[in-house]
Design a protein around this ligand. Structure first.
Ligand SMILES: [Zn+2]
Length: 653
């Protein structure tokens, strides 16, 4: 009989990290089987479609022989058994976690993920397709692991533990970051986010790098809820109260302890002191003003999203608790009935999956540069309203409340309500000429959709998108926008970017006949909502403009000679995400970080957006160096030298 290809490969691994297999209360739940998408071919390494594990240890100049996951004995035993001392298992573990993380993104986004392209010499021109992210399980001999945007690789370190207290961990024992689900999921998320928004590793305000960190933590955290046995165990332990200390809300336990902390590296819910006492964290609206170090600041966003999750979960289990407690809401003493644990776990996993999807989908609704937490909240609310118009379970309200409690308010809105957070449809205020021009663009985008709709090969998707931007044989999207909108003040107002050729006075990055801009991440977004309602059919892309300015006597201006900008000049980024509705042939949203002053454009004046420039300047000169000095001092290298590796110094702690 003919056997169909399997959909999944089963691979054993740690749910968290090896340390939990050494504790009596977690040993039974920590060894799990990852269900990884079946890849064929899958070479030894493993080397598949998305990732390649390269096990070279430069400190001892040694290659470890690569695991063959298709070996019949390995295949028949759900992969190698978890082991700290077997490098082939390390390879298997990194591969499994990376693939599960990628799968979660593809499910939420409804499209293939593509790594950030390799930018060669002339970084504005040359973009090379990167098929595989490289993972080095033993790349560094230090307490660190990071994603390198330059190398398109994840470098995992290993080191000897130096715990604060001998009873927590054996001092000197080896800790491998590649064996931590949380660390691998976190780093892979950095890589995926880099592929979606390349400018999110350009720190132009205190939220940008913090957002990268928070987003990576959120994905790792919510993936905990996809491990059924872990979830049931923790629900039984906390009697369903997931706001209490539990493993699901913690990240990188072994790593945290090994670098001398009490408890995990990060905990979304609270913190542990030296006596082992755990106290829940309380939201403090002043933290957001105070913390500029990316991880600390990022943890505010993580806590906000986690609280939103808890609020939604509590609502969803209310009826179950009523039934189980005979209407009192207070559960009887003793253990929960296993049936109740199962039902609570089902609700928790459903809610977590939904919240994770909301968090991932919001990425398509964020500006291409200079993101703030407030922008992200607006992205979450808008993306979710597109998907689920009736918010019967008040998911969106839960997010808004949690952000408000932490003092996170988006700029430029007057009230923190769902209605004002949702981006508005811009077409209403446009004249017929601009509307007609937008229709021409939409028609072109339809051609792009037809070319890409059924394409499943990632390299072809990359090349088709690239050709549609640059144009091959026909005029591409880039030049079409430049030509159509060169005299359109309305388009400038919509995007906040400079398209008018007559703006020599600004001197903004002149190319042959106009200020230059890039098109980023052209993509087709097709999704069906949870109720199976009308599918969403959108084309999204980002416009990015870079502008060099000099500051003199507190005023900003464009350098006279753009080809030789003065040393003291700095670069400001402007950008706009445009979302087109293909069914209604309409521009649905324009999410902008303007270089031009939008209010001035109303009066016909074209003035630089001094507010944004000033904020950027203050951040770059006064806040950024300071917020990273601690890390720089600790590792003896300045931030400047490390700029190409924005995630390396930050993980080194
Ligand atoms: Zn990170």
């Amino acid at each position: 009989m003919f056997q169909e290809k399997p959909t999944h490969r089963r691979l054993r691994g740690y749910a968290f990290d090896p340390s939990l297999s050494k504790k009596i209360d977690t040993v039974d739940i920590n060894n799990i089987v990852y269900k990884v998408p079946w890849e064929e071919p899958l070479e030894v390494g493993p080397v598949g479609e998305y990732v390649e594990v390269m096990d070279y240890d430069p400190t001892i100049e040694k290659f470890y022989s690569p695991v063959d996951l298709n070996d019949k004995y390995i295949l028949a035993s759900d992969g190698l058994s978890p082991s700290e001392s077997n490098p082939q298992f390390h390879q298997q573990m990194t591969y499994a976690v990376a693939m599960v993380t990628i799968q979660n993104f593809e499910k939420a986004l409804g499209r293939k993920i593509i790594w950030a392209p390799r930018l060669l010499e002339d970084r504005n021109k040359y973009e090379d397709y990167v098929q595989r992210l490289r993972i080095y399980p033993h790349a560094l001999r230090e307490a660190n692991a990071y994603y390198s945007p330059l190398k398109k690789a994840i470098l995992c370190g290993y080191f000897s533990a130096s715990p604060a207290d001998k009873s927590r961990q054996m001092p000197g024992s080896l800790v491998f970051t590649c064996l931590s689900h949380d660390i691998i999921a976190h780093e892979v998320t950095h890589a995926i986010l880099d592929g979606l928004h390349r400018y999110y590793n350009h720190p132009t305000n205190p939220d940008v790098l913090a957002f990268h960190e928070a987003f990576a933590d959120l994905v790792a955290l919510f993936q905990h809820f996809t491990f059924p046995d872990v979830l049931k165990h923790q629900i039984a332990k906390t009697k369903g109260e997931l706001g209490k200390q539990n493993l699901l809300g913690q990240l990188a336990q072994q790593f945290g302890t090994a670098i001398g902390r009490y408890g995990s590296l990060r905990d979304a819910l609270g913190s542990e002191d030296e006596k082992g006492e755990w106290t829940p964290a309380k939201p403090n609206p002043y933290d957001y003003d105070k913390h500029t170090e990316p991880h600390k600041r990022g943890s505010i966003l993580v806590a906000a999203v986690f609280e939103a999750f808890l609020a939604i979960y509590k609502r969803r289990i209310q009826d179950l608790l009523q039934i189980a407690s005979g209407g009192t809401g207070i559960l009887p003493k003793g253990e929960l009935h296993p049936d109740l644990v199962n039902r609570l776990a089902r609700e928790a996993s459903k809610t977590a999956a939904h919240v994770l999807r909301m968090c991932i989908r919001a990425i398509d609704y964020c500006p291409p540069v200079d993101i703030t937490f407030g922008d992200y909240l607006r992205g979450i609310i808008t993306a979710d309203s597109d998907m689920v118009p009736e918010d019967t379970h008040h998911y969106r309200l839960a997010f808004i409340n949690a952000f408000r409690q932490r003092g996170i308010y988006p700029e430029g809105i007057k009230t923190l309500s769902e209605e004002s957070l949702r981006y508005q449809h811009p077409s209403a205020g446009l004249d017929s000429k601009t509307k007609a021009l937008l229709e021409i663009i939409t028609d072109f985008l339809k051609d792009y959709r037809n070319a890409i709709m059924y394409e499943t090969d990632r390299e072809k998707i990359f090349n088709i998108s690239k050709d549609h931007i640059a144009g091959r044989g026909v005029l591409g999207l880039h030049d079409r926008i430049g030509m159509k909108f060169k005299d359109s003040p309305q388009f400038e107002k919509l995007t906040g970017l400079v398209f008018n050729h007559q703006c020599q006075d600004f001197g903004i990055w002149m190319t042959h006949n106009g200020p230059s801009y890039q098109i980023q991440n052209l993509r087709l977004v097709s999704r069906v909502g949870p109720d199976g309602g009308d599918p969403i059919n959108q084309i999204v892309f980002g416009l990015v403009q870079r502008m060099r300015v000099v500051r003199k006597n507190g005023k900003y201006r464009i350098p006279d000679d753009i080809s030789k900008p003065p040393k003291k000049s700095f670069e400001v980024l402007g950008g706009c995400t445009l979302i087109f509705d293909l069914d209604k042939i309409d521009l649905k949203y324009a999410i902008s970080k303007p270089l031009l002053q939008p209010e001035k454009l109303d009066t016909g004046a074209r003035e630089l957006n001094f507010d944004r420039i000033e904020k950027h300047y203050i951040y770059e000169t006064e806040v950024l160096p300071f917020s990273l000095t601690e890390a720089a001092r600790y590792f003896g290298n300045g931030f400047k030298n490390n700029f190409g590796e924005p995630f390396s110094i930050m993980h080194n702690r």
